[in-house]
Ligand binder design. Structure first.
Ligand code: OGA
Ligand code: NI
Length: 370
């Protein structure tokens, strides 16, 4: 499929729509019954044996990195083990004492909140196109007549530095560009540390994943800032449809006050309860491939609500896009053959785009094409 220059229909800014005071959402945003937030099959027992009550009280693992860098070997081992279990079983965890300054996290969220609360003309200057998606956007995909998600976003490239074009970043608020540069550097460093932990946990050399990604100066990184406006009928729509992240891993800074992210767990959707000052980290499709599916890239989605806007910063940490990504030789054996064919991240993106957006973890469909 050819990359398309323009959107198939006039763009609806969801925030403007929400602020217009409507009390019913347009049909374009109404999801089919099976995708709506409340239709989780809570009554069906799963392998894990959850019941209705458990689902409400369960959270993704919360892991404190403090002990990784302390003296106590036992605590260090335990922490590594918890990371390993989270990557195998959940594909998601929250991390505390990750090394990124808390005030910087707060500033990053606040400059973007301010950006979205500017008049529409200030934002339209950055209106994006489906060619690169860079800038201010309100939809993903170019299928005419598609059912839309209840969110707007801003998308920008951070790494490699050749793709970092600050002229395309908002010039207001004044501090935004500096804050994002500082924040980006810190989050990239955190990403490097996490890759090391995952490599060790997989029994690989500690720089294995970083080398597979192309090395520190070659990795790809981009930021998608999501803005989920209040919604008069939150039960009929989603802020972000179910998907798995195609890249390496995602380092998400959620809204400190408003939850919305849901993670698939068997037949259930678990609502993440954000812990103050934590990042939410999840495994993307490329690490699922490199780990030969020992680590899971798990489906997730976002629900909206009628009382509060929500802002989140999703930092996508990706391999250099022209390197072949395939299961690590060390993780392949006669009993466990490679589950995925070698493919670059560029090829993979093209592959999922032509397949169209799909709910099921996208990488799954690769296993069946061999
Ligand atoms: C994403 C994503 C979750 C959120 O941007 O890919 O899953 O909470 N975001 O906004
Ligand atoms: Ni995501």
């Amino acid at each position: 499929m050819m990359a398309c220059q323009e959107w198939p229909e006039p763009i609806i800014r969801v925030q403007s729509l929400a602020e217009s005071g409507i009390n019913a959402i347009p049909e374009r945003f109404i999801k089919p019954q099976s995708q709506r937030p409340k239709t989780q099959s809570n009554v069906v027992p799963t392998k894990q044996g959850f019941n209705d009550v458990d689902v409400e009280n369960i959270n993704i693992p919360v892991i404190d990195f403090q002990d990784l860098y302390g003296e106590d070997k036992n605590l260090k081992e335990q922490t590594l083990k918890r990371v390993s279990e989270a990557c195998r079983e959940w594909g998601f965890f929250q991390v505390l004492n990750h090394g990124v300054n808390h005030d910087l996290m707060k500033s990053a969220r606040e400059v973007w909140r301010e950006f979205f609360h500017q008049p529409i003309e200030a934002k339209e200057k950055y209106a994006n196109s489906p060619l690169t998606y860079e800038g201010y956007g309100s939809r993903l995909g170019i299928k005419k007549g598609a059912i839309l998600d209840w969110s707007d976003y801003f998308f920008l490239h951070y790494m490699p530095s050749s793709l970092r074009d600050q002229e395309k970043w908002p010039s207001l608020p004044n501090s935004l560009r500096d804050v994002i540069n500082e924040y980006g550097d810190e989050v990239v460093k955190l990403g490097g540390r996490v890759l090391e932990l995952l490599s060790i946990n997989l029994g690989l050399k500690k720089d294995f994943l970083m080398n597979s990604f192309g090395g520190e100066s070659e990795i790809g990184a981009c930021l998608r800032v999501n803005f989920y406006p209040k919604c008069p009928q939150p039960d009929l729509t989603l802020g972000l449809s179910s998907h798995s992240d195609p890249g390496g891993m995602t380092i998400l800074l959620p809204d400190e006050n408003v939850s919305g992210l849901q993670v698939r767990r068997g037949e259930h959707w678990i609502t993440v309860k954000p812990v103050p000052n934590a990042f939410i980290i999840n495994i993307g499709d490329q690490i699922q491939v490199l780990s030969n599916a020992i680590y899971k890239s798990i489906e997730h989605r976002v629900i909206v609500n009628s009382n509060k806007d929500r802002v989140s910063l999703a930092f996508f940490y990706n391999p250099r896009s022209d390197l072949l990504i395939q299961p690590a030789k060390e993780l392949v054996s006669e009993d466990r053959p490679p589950l995925y064919p070698p493919m670059t991240f560029d090829e993979y993106r093209l592959y999922i785009r032509t397949k169209g957006p799909c709910g099921k973890s996208q990488v799954e469909s690769l296993t069946s094409q061999k």
